[in-house]
Design a protein around this ligand. Structure first.
Ligand code: ASP
Ligand code: MG
Length: 406
């Protein structure tokens, strides 16, 4: 007997037959003697529709009312799944965020979970009851409904698993696991049996869209064992676990890419203390996240070029802000390029091995791909290239690190 949290994403609950399919999956775990809490997303497309309606009425809408609207999708699925379970003889009830309660701060539309009281739910496990929980939503410190940011039901599930000390959190989605890279680009991509929290976090922040980034941070912090698997096949998925659960660690575990970047270059910026602070401080204040940064040595000792990347969605705001600050920052010219992609090679194995970066640069040069910016962390190397070469680069790197399926 184990305590499990099962989470089902939008495609797994997209219509009534799929919800009935989920009910059968849940019943199987209950019949095996497990205590089960289920977290559900809205039916696929629902949240987008609700967000669309808010925008239609007001582009700059009151985030509290936005949360009231968009949280509704999960309420529907939780009720429907509880009904479907009851229909096949499983004792089940639905729980909304405020009923648990799942307490958050009052940062509407991207609230952070502060505390979850799981006592009532756990007490009902003893009576054989399954808890069907609406993901993505909570109760704010202002006593109003909050949501956790797009994709947030992954975070609901992991947080609940941590709070009720579940053995595992199974995230059912439309892919059957975490792959060495996007199988839509590389047909020789392989499903990984296991991946470390650190790698999963880097994959998620480098563009892989399997899990919400915050859910991985939360899993890593509370050491929640997470399994990513499909609700449409019976196959075991990928386990996201601690490093010491992985016996044979590969040098590189995956290649991720992101086309959501844009590059900005400031030409001839004064080369003196305080310039970077004067540039990146205001961007941070405007909540614009800067990712990669390079600064050239100055040729004449007085001025330099600074290149950096921001999310493409923030490009316009960043440009406007830098134009406004042109005199204060004192640059000669601003250039920008929205057609770039970030390609990342990720693996905890690179901590203890030399030559991992060199192999990346070699593979890209053999394909004639120019590298614009490079950044590294302990377990990741990222390069910025022209977006047109994304597929070519990902395929070349997948082969270069020996990741291709036989
Ligand atoms: N329904 C929400 C969304 O589409 C939350 C989730 O699915 O995780 O973002
Ligand atoms: Mg999702």
């Amino acid at each position: 007997m184990a305590r499990l949290v099962l989470k089902f994403g939008g495609t797994s609950v997209a219509d009534v037959p799929r919800i009935q399919n989920v009910a059968r999956l849940v019943k199987r775990e209950v019949d095996a003697g497990n205590e089960v809490a289920v977290v559900v997303s809205a039916m696929s497309g629902e949240t987008n529709k609700l967000v669309g309606w808010c925008r239609e009425i007001a582009i700059l809408h009151d985030a509290r009312e936005y949360d009231t609207v968009v949280a509704a999708g999960e309420q529907v699925t939780a009720g429907l799944l509880a009904l479907a379970l009851q229909e096949i003889g499983v004792n089940a009830r639905s729980w909304l965020g405020w009923q648990i309660p799942l307490a958050t701060d009052d940062t509407h539309a991207s609230a952070r979970i502060e505390h979850i009281d799981t006592r009532e739910i756990v007490a009902r496990f003893a009576q054989g009851q399954v808890a069907v929980i609406a993901g993505f939503q909570g109760l704010g410190s202002d006593r109003r409904i909050t949501t956790l940011g797009r994709g947030g039901s992954d975070t609901s599930a992991v947080a609940l698993a941590a709070a009720m000390k579940a053995e595992r959190c199974d995230i059912y989605t439309d892919v059957d696991g975490v792959y060495t890279t996007d199988p839509r680009i590389v047909d020789k991509a392989r499903k990984l049996d296991k991946i470390t929290y650190e790698e999963m976090l880097e994959m998620a922040s480098s563009g892989a869209k399997v899990l919400q980034i915050r859910s991985v941070e939360m899993a890593m912090k509370h050491r929640v064992r997470v399994q990513v698997l499909s609700s449409f096949t019976a196959a075991p998925g990928t386990l996201v676990v601690d490093e010491d659960e992985i016996v044979e660690q590969e040098l590189v575990s995956g290649i991720a890419y992101s086309r959501d970047e844009a590059k900005i270059t400031l030409v001839k910026v004064a080369d003196r203390p305080g310039v970077a602070a004067g540039l990146f401080g205001p961007l941070a204040d405007a909540n614009i996240n800067v990712d990669m940064i390079v600064q050239n040595v100055s040729e004449d000792g007085s001025s330099t070029d600074i290149t950096f990347t921001v999310a493409r969605a923030d490009l316009e705001r960043a440009q406007k802000l830098l134009e406004d600050k042109r005199d204060a920052i004192a640059y000669r010219e601003m250039r920008f390029d929205p057609k770039v992609a970030k390609i990342s090679v990720i693996g905890v194995g690179m901590r203890s091995h030399a030559g991992v970066a060199a192999r990346m640069f070699q593979a890209l040069s053999e394909k004639g791909i120019n590298i614009q910016v490079i950044s590294t962390s302990e377990i990741k190397i990222s390069v910025l290239i022209a977006a047109d070469y994304t597929e070519l680069a990902v395929r070349a790197l997948h082969t270069a690190y020996g990741l291709d399926a036989a």
